[in-house]
Design a protein around this ligand. Structure first.
Ligand SMILES: *Cc1c(COP(=O)(O)O)cnc(C)c1O
Length: 231
């Protein structure tokens, strides 16, 4: 049962928190349901799971429209400006903002609907060239630019760490992300609330929690391997 997988991840997050003296309530487990059928989400939602992560805007919108139990969806994958309209009023948090252009487009769509969109800034901390996200050294500048927009609110940072055999190899990435968050937080930029840190996936979520993650995004360990052939 999917809920058994979910509960065992949740339990290991809680144990990790207790071990290092964090309150487990500080860590949100996002079940990453991209490519998985709505029935999988329904099954977890029936057991009280509320936070789900999706990558593809149309898939997110379709699941949002068809689900029988209201849940919170997180846009965790790269977002193109022309797809914002599908999800803007359906997501609780957009994790993947990495340019002023994208933030302005979100701001515009949010203003049209009279809402304020919560966003995270995606940092490519490990400087992998295949990934989206901006360089750590460019992060503060972008945050200052975005902070003047009225219909988006920056809540923190997100990163996708490299795939590594040994999750310990990502510890410096997670540690660096937390330092970056605290550094920018200490600048007290108006309209910026540097509280959330979205990092850690199936292979490395425990290390991410040890290093201060507030949101971990776990797919495979809950739903099993993804099959992209049908897409
Ligand atoms: C797919 C995905 C995840 C989940 O990855 P798993 O290794 O299956 O846990 C997390 N974050 C992002 C941004 C993703 O695209």
């Amino acid at each position: 049962m999917l809920i058994d997988n979910y509960n065992s991840i949740r339990q290991s997050i809680d144990e990790t928190c207790i071990k290092i003296g964090r309150d487990p309530k500080e860590v949100t487990l996002i079940a990453v349901s991209k490519t998985k059928p709505l029935s999988d989400i329904e099954e977890l939602a029936a057991s009280g799971v509320t936070e789900f992560g999706e990558n593809y805007p149309q898939e997110l919108a379709q699941k949002y429209n068809e689900i029988s139990t209201p849940v919170h969806f997180h846009q965790i994958g790269h977002l193109q400006t022309n797809k914002i309209k599908y999800i803007i009023d359906k997501v609780t948090l957009i994790h993947s903002v990495d340019s002023l252009h994208l933030a302005e487009a979100i701001d515009k769509e949010a203003a049209k609907r009279g809402i304020i969109s919560d966003i995270l800034i995606e940092v490519n901390f490990a400087a992998e060239d295949t990934k989206f996200g901006l360089m750590p050294e460019d992060t503060e500048k972008l945050i200052r630019e975005i902070s003047s927009l009225h219909n988006v609110k920056i809540r923190g940072l997100m990163t996708i760490a490299p795939f590594v055999e040994n999750p310990e190899d990502n510890r410096p990435v997670f540690k660096g992300m937390r330092e970056l968050l605290l550094d920018i937080k200490s600048k007290n930029i108006d309209n910026v609330d540097m509280c959330l840190l979205s990092m850690g996936m199936t292979n490395d979520y425990k290390v991410a929690v040890e290093e201060g993650a507030t949101h971990v995004r776990v797919g495979t360990a809950i739903f099993g391997a993804r099959d992209y052939s049908a897409r």
